[in-house]
Each structure stands twice: as C-alpha cells, then as structure tokens.
Ligand binder design. Structure first.
Ligand code: BGC
Length: 439
C-alpha cells in the first residue's frame, strides 16, 4: 500500500474552451459551420456557461479538490465587429475569473481555442499576415481587462490541429485540403503568438505565457519497412515539430518548406502539452492529401468508445520526456489529457495510468507543474458534436442536468491527496492495480 505523491503546489484542474461550453456563440466561424450541417449536432446552448451555469460547474470543480482551471475567452464576444469592443462581455469574464479565485482555483486563460469572429474568418482568417496585428489588438484589450485575475496565459490552443484540421484534412472550417495553406496558417499563428507573447509581457511583466501543443508520439507500423519509417518521420515533423522548431530556432519547419519567423524564438515561459494518444504510421499510396501517410492504432489497443483514442499511457511518458529533452528546465503544464467515454468504463484506468506516468516523470525531477483533465463536464466536441463525452460529469443537453461519473470521485481523491494511492486504484480501476502497484 503506497501513494504516488506530487510536489507541493502542483496544479490540478480541468480544461474547457469557450465555444464548447458557453452556448449561443453565434458570431464565430464554428457556429456557421454547424448551421451548414458539417458537424454531428450543434453546439446550441452547450453547457450554458454564458447563461451562468459556470457557477455550479466551478462549485463542482472546487468541491472535487481542484485548485486550477483552464478556460478560454471568446474573441467574437469581446470584439463582435472590427471597430467594437463589448465591455459587458469582458465584465462577464472578469466575474467568471473572480468566481474561480473565490473558489480557490488558479485561472489559466486561453486566448484562441479554435474560434474567431466571422469578420475575421470571412476576411481570409489566419491565411495572411494581416491577422497578426488584429490578434495582438484583441490580446492587448483582453489581457488588460483580465490581468487583475489572471497571470497564466495560453496564446493559442493546438495551432497544429487548427491548421491541419481546417486546411489539410478539412474536418474543421473552412474545410480546405491544401497542405501549403495549412503551413501558411500555422506560420501566421506562430507570428501572432510571438506578438501576443511580447504584448502580454509589456502589459503584465510577471505573466507566464505559452501555448498548448497537441503532441502525438508516433511509431512506424512495420519498423522493418523503410517507407513506413519515412512516412512516420514526415508526419511526425509535420504535426509535432512545426511550432516547437519555430520557437526554438525562429524557423518553422515543415515537410513542404520552412518559414523564417525570427521573432518567435524563445517566446514561451512554459510548455503546454495536450496528450491524448500515440499514432501508428504506415505508407499508403491512396492518401496523397495526407502526403501518403496513414495513421492508426494497434488492432489490440485499449480503445475508447468511438475508437477515437487508444489508451497508451506510456506515450504520455514519452511525450513528457520529449518535452524535457527539447526544452531543458522549462516548466511543463499538461494543458489537456482525457478520453471520450460516456459510460466511464475506461476513464478511471485511463486517468490513473496517465497520472502514474506523469508521476514517473516527476520522479526524474522533470519540471511538471500541473495537470488539466479534459474535461469538467461533457461539452461540444467540434465536428464530432455530442457523440463524444469527455466530462467527469455527464451532461443532458436537453435539461442541462449534470450527473457525476465515478471518475469525478477518483479525480477528487487524487486532487485532495495531491497523489494517486493504491487504495484509489483498488477502488476505481482494480483491473490495472497490479500494473500500477506491482506486488
Ligand atoms: C482540443 C479540445 C477537444 C479535445 C478532445 C483537443 O484537441 O483542444 O478542444 O475537445 O481535443 O477532442
């Protein structure tokens, strides 16, 4: 019987994003995309946070022992038109952030989480450099308004996912299939991130500023096959390395060309990592749009409900190891980790196994400072709509009723203890007890 403890002051929270929880975000490109029928259901009222239900959900987080929360602000609410700021919207975010503080939760605010106002997306969005001063202006206004309550900022969430889903595989708006354009978009996101990094430090010198990287460890399906190995490295560099290389060297590297962005060098105070799963990559001659690569999971993997995620906790350890090797001494925040699972049969072991891997990293003195589980309550899952349920709490979208899943209790136990104990594993996920606590 033992407990895997975490360092004092470790941040335990959940992560959310404005469009996924607020409801009625009618003035951004995702709402339009939903009305055009591209998604599996519509965001609608979502979790009704804009209607005030954040209060009850923040209560749930606080009662569950969490001491931090990552949320995002909605650009289209704050700046509904190029020449108009909505001071009421900013005030509402101030009230929300105060609400977090009053409950003992440290706020982390993301400034761009996949959505932007229609006036931005309808004017070439992130495809031209014109976006950079626009984003900086929005960031300045927002940070100035919220700085009393927040000093931990995430400029952009998963720029790689935004660029690739919107411009390479086309699942996100604007539904384009063009890798060159995807790289342009990611490059502009890096320029905007760098501008935001400097602007935030100017306004709030003590701020800690970074972004959230969606990192996918990858293995070649047939390691003996040079084509699989080549495809693995093409995909790995394209998906994982563009932003990090830009921040390390000032050159955003991609399989279809490099972009020099010298002002990006060194613009992060921590590394935000979103980890969900590890990919198995092979060569596929029928996928020219994906540069002839195919990504899958091992057939015998521990799959999530819709096979969207394979439970591969060792990949999380490798991710953290990559982070420390790439940026020695830079604090690491796990800005997202979680799994879709409406019945909660997989989530308890997924959570315990991932937190165990993170604890292994902590034991090497890797500077891991916090963990944000995705997510607090079921919320709108982008193109997958309501078919995937990531919440510690289930949401009935009709009645807005929340129902606690067992993993909410497991997470509460972990947060309260600042560690994972053998009793917790025995109680919530006995099937992995022996793996986590070998006798
Ligand atoms: C995104 C979240 C999303 C989660 C689960 C991440 O890529 O940042 O917005 O809900 O994955 O799909």
């Amino acid at each position: 019987m033992t407990t895997f403890h975490f360092p004092k002051g470790f941040l335990w929270g959940t992560a959310t994003a404005a469009h996924q929880v607020e409801g009625n975000n009618t003035n951004n490109q995702w709402w339009k995309w939903e009305q055009e029928g591209h998604t599996n259901g519509k965001s609608g009222l979502a979790c009704d946070w804009w209607g005030g239900r954040w209060r009850e959900d923040f209560d749930r987080a606080a009662e569950g022992g969490q001491n931090a929360h990552r949320l995002s602000v909605e650009w289209s609410r704050i700046q509904p038109a190029p020449d108009r700021w909505d001071e009421d919207a900013l005030e509402r975010y101030r009230v929300m952030l105060r609400g977090l503080k009053e409950r003992g939760l440290t706020p982390m605010v993301t400034l761009h989480h996949f959505t932007e106002p229609l006036w931005v997306s309808e004017n070439s969005g992130w495809e031209t450099e014109a976006i950079v001063p626009l984003f900086e202006k929005f960031v300045r206004k927002t940070v100035d308004a919220l700085k009393e309550y927040c000093s931990l900022w995430c400029t952009v969430n998963e720029p790689n996912v935004y660029a690739l889903s919107g411009y390479a595989n086309g699942a996100f708006p604007p539904g384009v299939n063009n890798i060159q354009r995807a790289v342009q978009v990611e490059a502009n996101m890096l320029r905007a991130h760098a501008a935001a990094y400097r602007a935030i430090h100017q306004i709030q010198p003590e701020a800690r500023v970074g972004y959230a990287l969606h990192y996918r460890p990858m293995v070649a399906k047939r390691n003996w096959n040079p084509l699989d190995r080549l495809m693995r490295s093409v995909r790995y560099s394209g998906i994982n390395m563009a932003f990090p290389s830009g921040i390390s060297t000032g050159v955003l590297k991609s399989p279809v060309g490099n972009v020099s962005i010298p002002e990006a060098k060194g613009t992060q105070d921590y590394l935000g990592i979103n980890y969900y799963s590890q990919d198995t990559i092979s060569f596929n001659p029928f996928k020219p749009k994906e540069l002839f690569t195919h990504s899958g999971f091992p057939a015998d993997a521990d799959f999530s409900e819709n096979n969207f995620i394979a439970n591969i906790p060792e990949g999380f350890f490798d991710t953290l190891k990559w982070a420390v090797r790439t940026y020695p001494n830079l604090p690491i925040l796990v800005t997202e980790n979680g799994v879709e699972d409406s019945t909660d049969h997989l989530r308890p072991r997924f959570m315990a196994e991932h937190i165990h891997q993170m604890w292994r990293g902590v034991n090497f003195n890797w500077p891991i400072k916090g963990y944000f589980h995705w997510s607090l309550v079921d919320n709108f899952e982008w193109e997958r709509g309501w078919t995937q349920r990531f919440g510690l709490w289930a949401l009935d979208t009709e009645s807005q009723k929340r129902t606690k899943r067992p993993s909410a209790d497991l997470y509460a136990a972990i947060c309260h203890e600042n560690g994972l104990s053998s009793e917790m594993a025995q109680k919530y996920c006995p099937e992995v007890f022996e793996k986590l606590f070998p006798s």
